[in-house]
Write a protein that binds this ligand. Structure first.
Ligand code: 5GP
Ligand code: ZN
Length: 113
């Protein structure tokens, strides 16, 4: 997708603070962090949301989860963290390229807003 923000981050056309990357996944710092550690893990390939990704390529969906949790571990979030896929309008998704938020470094509350 040529006009997708996260596709452009994946190709390096838009700069981001990248903390991990592999052939199919990129993990970078969120521009507007909601916790002391706030990372976004994305597949390089464009899928609109987690449902589209899981339906089309469950292996890649698993790799995305594994990479997101490895990034949490590498960030030292030994006391826990939250992994979130905001999905669609009611889910609060604002960027239509699937991304796992990894949030940690503070006590999370429940229910979320
Ligand atoms: P969503 O609201 O779709 O679940 O999450 C989108 C996330 O992308 C937000 O947390 C927002 O701060 C982050 N974001 C939006 N634009 C940029 C950007 O240009 N660079 C980075 N690193 N993060 C961004
Ligand atoms: Zn995209």
């Amino acid at each position: 997708m040529t006009d997708c923000l996260f596709c452009k981050i994946a190709t390096g056309d838009i700069p981001a603070t990248i903390v991990a990357e592999s052939e199919r996944i990129v993990v970078f710092a969120d521009l507007s962090p909601q916790a002391p550690i706030h990372l976004l893990a994305i597949p390089r390939e464009h899928y609109a949301d987690v449902a589209a990704l899981a339906g089309a390529d469950p292996t890649l969906a698993g790799e995305l989860l594994a990479t997101a949790t490895q990034a949490a571990q590498s960030a030292g979030l030994d006391d826990g963290y939250r992994v979130v896929f905001n999905t669609g309008r009611d889910g609060g998704q604002t960027v239509p390229h699937v991304h796992a938020h990894v949030l940690g470094g503070r006590q999370m509350s429940w229910p979320p807003g």
